[in-house]
Design a binder for this molecule. Structure first.
Ligand code: DQA
Length: 151
C-alpha cells in the first residue's frame, strides 16, 4: 500500500463549527475517517493530521520529503503568507494543494497563493470532495508510474 499524508493547517481542526456556511458541517474527525476509507478503496494507506503550529507542519513536510511520501495539503491561512511552508513544499515530488472553498471567489487576499507555485496541482472550491479527488489523483499517478513489467 502506498502511504499518503493528508496535512491540514490552522483552524481546520474546527471544521463543522467554524463558518459552516463556507466549510460545511462535517468535523475534522469525520473527514479523517472518510479519507481513511477512501484511501483504502484506492489502495492507499492514508494518515490525516491537523496542526495550528507552523513548525509542526514544517516537520511533517520534511518527514514526507525524506520518506518520499505523497502529500495532500490544505495550508489554510498559511497558503497566503508562509514562505516557510512554500519552501518545505518545494522539496516534495507529489503534493496536491486542496482548498475547501473557492479562494478566488472570496476576499482578494485569498487569491494570493504563495505555496501553489510549488504544488503539483491545486484543487479549490470543490468542498471536502476536493480531498477525495486529490487522493484519486495520487492513486492514479502511482498506478501510471508503476512499471507493469516489474509486477
Ligand atoms: C482554506 C481557504 C483559506 O483562505 C482559509 O484561510 C482556510 C481554509 C480552504 O480550505 O478553503 O483556512 O484553505
Amino acid at each position: 500500500m502506498i502511504r499518503v499524508l493528508v496535512l491540514n493547517g490552522p483552524n481546520l481542526g474546527r471544521l463543522g463549527v467554524r463558518q459552516p456556511e463556507i466549510y460545511g458541517a462535517t468535523t475534522h474527525d469525520e473527514l479523517a475517517n472518510h479519507l481513511t476509507d477512501t484511501g483504502e478503496a484506492l489502495g492507499l494507506d492514508v494518515e490525516v493530521r491537523q496542526t495550528n503550529h507552523e513548525g509542526e507542519m514544517l516537520d511533517w513536510l520534511g518527514e514526507a520529503a525524506d520518506a518520499e511520501i505523497p502529500v495532500v495539503l490544505n495550508p489554510a491561512g498559511w497558503s497566503h503568507t508562509s514562505i516557510a511552508i512554500a519552501d518545505a513544499v518545494a522539496q516534495l515530488d507529489l503534493v496536491v494543494e486542496v482548498h475547501i472553498s473557492n479562494v478566488h471567489a472570496r476576499e482578494d487576499f485569498r487569491s494570493h497563493l504563495v505555496v501553489s507555485p510549488y504544488a503539483t496541482g491545486v484543487i479549490t472550491g470543490l468542498g471536502l470532495g476536493g480531498y477525495d479527488l486529490a487522493l484519486t489523483h495520487i492513486a492514479a499517478t502511482a498506478e501510471l508510474d508503476g512499471d507493469p513489467a516489474e509486477d
